[in-house]
Design a binder for this molecule. Structure first.
Ligand code: ADP
Length: 213
């Protein structure tokens, strides 16, 4: 497509910045030029209307010469665990398998995170862990979950600032349904502050489609 609009010097500069750094927010472009966002707004509007640039929510401005595969990769680099994490359900390591099963139903989750008396992560309980214990001969109300859980240090964890795509890869690689979002404490323990499940990944996937690539 032949671009008919003649660009002024500042618009040329903006275009170059976006080509080199995009996707980039209006704020960051303004920072690089030592101008305010408001000053740039008309130039960005012209560049967008003329088809040189496009803008997407949460991503920013990008050069339209990029392929949609490049754009998808760039979007994925902007989706973090903190954008999609949900509330974790934690139980104490001394509760019984029976009570853990009741918790799974009450809280409507597939995975429970097990913590010690200091609320630090010590284990994970999946539905199958609980089923396995249930087909044994043990008395479920006197069997503590810490006997049957998957325990530290074999827990796959993530942080709120990790990229969601990296956590999705871990779910596949480890063949698990859920990963705790943790915060390291000063005592080298891990506090559970959230969880990422296959459902959260599916939500992100659908949101990407709605962003209209
Ligand atoms: P299910 O066993 O119900 O299909 P998962 O696939 O999530 O659920 O769990 C498979 C096994 O992996 C279970 O023994 C569980 O304790 C363990 N597991 C689940 N999540 C994690 C995790 N984040 N880190 C380490 N092990 C986990």
């Amino acid at each position: 497509m032949v671009k008919k609009i003649e660009l002024n010097k500042r618009q040329e500069t903006i275009l170059q910045i976006v080509k080199d750094n995009g996707p980039i927010t209006g704020e960051h472009i303004a920072e690089k030029l030592n101008l305010t966002r408001a000053t740039l707004r008309p130039d960005l509007a012209i560049l967008t209307m003329a088809g040189y640039l496009d803008a997407r929510p949460r991503v920013g401005y990008f050069y339209t010469g990029k392929s949609s595969a490049q754009l998808l990769t760039e979007s994925l680099k902007n989706i973090f665990v903190k954008d999609y994490q949900s509330m974790p359900v934690v139980v104490n390591e001394n509760i019984s398998v029976y009570d853990a099963i009741v918790t799974v139903f009450l809280e409507d989750v597939g995975t429970l995170f097990v913590v010690d008396e200091n609320l630090l992560l010590v284990g994970v309980l999946s539905r199958k862990d609980l089923l396995r214990a249930s087909i044994g001969k043990q008395e479920l109300s006197s069997l503590p979950v810490n006997i049957i859980m998957t325990r530290m240090p074999n827990i796959t964890m993530c942080k709120k600032d990790d990229l969601l795509i990296d956590v999705a890869k871990k779910l596949i690689e480890k063949q698990i349904d859920s990963i705790p979002v943790v915060k390291e404490t000063t005592t080298n323990g891990y506090e559970v502050i959230g969880r990422i499940t296959k459902t959260n990944i599916t939500k992100a996937f659908v949101a990407l489609a709605d962003e209209d690539l």
